[in-house]
Design a protein around this ligand. Structure first.
Ligand code: C2E
Ligand code: MG
Ligand code: MG
Ligand code: MG
Length: 299
């Protein structure tokens, strides 16, 4: 992966982020203004979406594909969203980028449906800045209309910290989206603040347990305590619970023993480039490879 880092050119004002690219050519480093690079990337089609399946290990179904953004930089290769999304947030470019992700992911899901795959949701991450746009709901509605995707096959992932930054309006918008039939998930659950209060105030369908709780999961009571509590909480509130970052067979089995049925992680699949994601769906249609999968219960 590209070894780049970013620093803020303090003396030049708050939006002046620059890329610091160690040893890119013969030079020791190269500076590029991020804003120009991100604009260029959007215009030149350098952004790509990878898709990672979310599975129900009880029914064996693929329930969703999460759209995960990458920047396919001509010289740096694939750049992780963690490297550029915070900056796109700050300079506002996340608005057009986020809309592009939503439109592309919805169109792709519609294409999978037309190709005859069992309908599944496409899950799109919403950034804090997007979650402050007064036209958010209208934008989502328009993208759904343009792509012809039913709202039931779109899932929006929102983190607690995103919600925290716009509680009042945000609640109205989430309610509108929920009423439209869009599936709403709380992402990275357990890493923010006041999660429990928001669970009461906001209509959610799903809690995604943050991968930090799954990572250290072994057969120790302390490791399973939080996850068991979240699963119980989800059940009590009639929410689905998805475990993120499931990497090993052992984690999968432990989660299963805790009655967590929906999972996402490298154990099932890495995030896949669109053709590979289509192949994954294709292979899956022919014979399920999911561990713990009993009868083939497909629609
Ligand atoms: P997230 O939404 O919580 O996505 C899950 C992250 O965990 C992804 O990282 C995924 O590749 C990674 N992951 C999945 N399974 C495993 C596993 O088994 N082990 C480990 N260690 N990691 C796993 P990724 O793709 O680098 O994305 C990082 C974050 O960037 C996302 O976290 C999300 O917050 C943000 N992001 C990605 N795409 C978008 C986007 O289109 N818009 C916005 N606003 N944010 C995005
Ligand atoms: Mg997510
Ligand atoms: Mg997450
Ligand atoms: Mg995350």
């Amino acid at each position: 992966n590209a070894d780049i880092s970013l620093y803020r050119a303090k003396e030049q004002g708050r939006n002046n982020y620059r890329f610091y690219v160690p040893a890119m050519n013969s030079q020791a480093c190269e500076l590029l203004t991020l804003e120009n690079r991100l604009h260029h990337a959007l215009r030149q089609g350098e952004f790509v979406i990878y898709y990672q399946p979310q599975v129900n290990i009880k029914t064996g179904e693929i329930i969703a594909m999460e759209a995960l953004l990458r920047w396919n930089h001509p010289t740096l290769g694939l750049v992780s969203p963690k490297k550029f999304i915070p900056l796109a947030e700050e300079n506002g470019l996340i608005i057009p980028i986020g809309e592009w992700v939503l439109r592309t992911a919805c169109a792709q899901n519609k294409a999978w449906q037309k190709a005859g795959f069992s309908p599944l949701r496409v899950a799109v991450n919403l950034s804090a800045r997007q979650f402050q746009q007064p036209n958010l709901v209208a934008m989502v509605r328009q993208v759904l209309a343009e792509t012809g995707l039913s709202p039931h096959f779109l899932e929006l992932e929102i983190t607690e910290s995103t919600i925290m930054q716009n509680v009042d309006k945000g609640r109205e918008w989430v309610r509108d989206l929920y009423a439209m039939g869009v599936h709403i998930s709380m992402d990275d659950f357990g890493t923010g603040y006041s999660s429990l209060g928001y669970l009461k105030k906001f209509p959610f369908h799903t809690l995604k347990i943050d991968q930090s709780f799954v990572r250290d999961l072994r057969d120790e009571p302390q490791d399973t305590a939080i996850i068991s509590a979240v699963i119980a909480l989800g059940r009590g509130l009639n929410l689905r619970v998805v475990a993120e970052g499931v990497e090993t067979h052992q984690q999968m089995e432990l989660l299963q023993s805790l009655q967590c049925e929906e999972m996402q992680g490298y154990w099932f699949s890495m995030p896949l480039e669109v053709d590979d994601a289509t192949n994954f769906l294709n292979n899956y249609r022919m014979k399920s490879k999911l561990p713990g999968h009993g009868d083939n219960k497909k629609k």
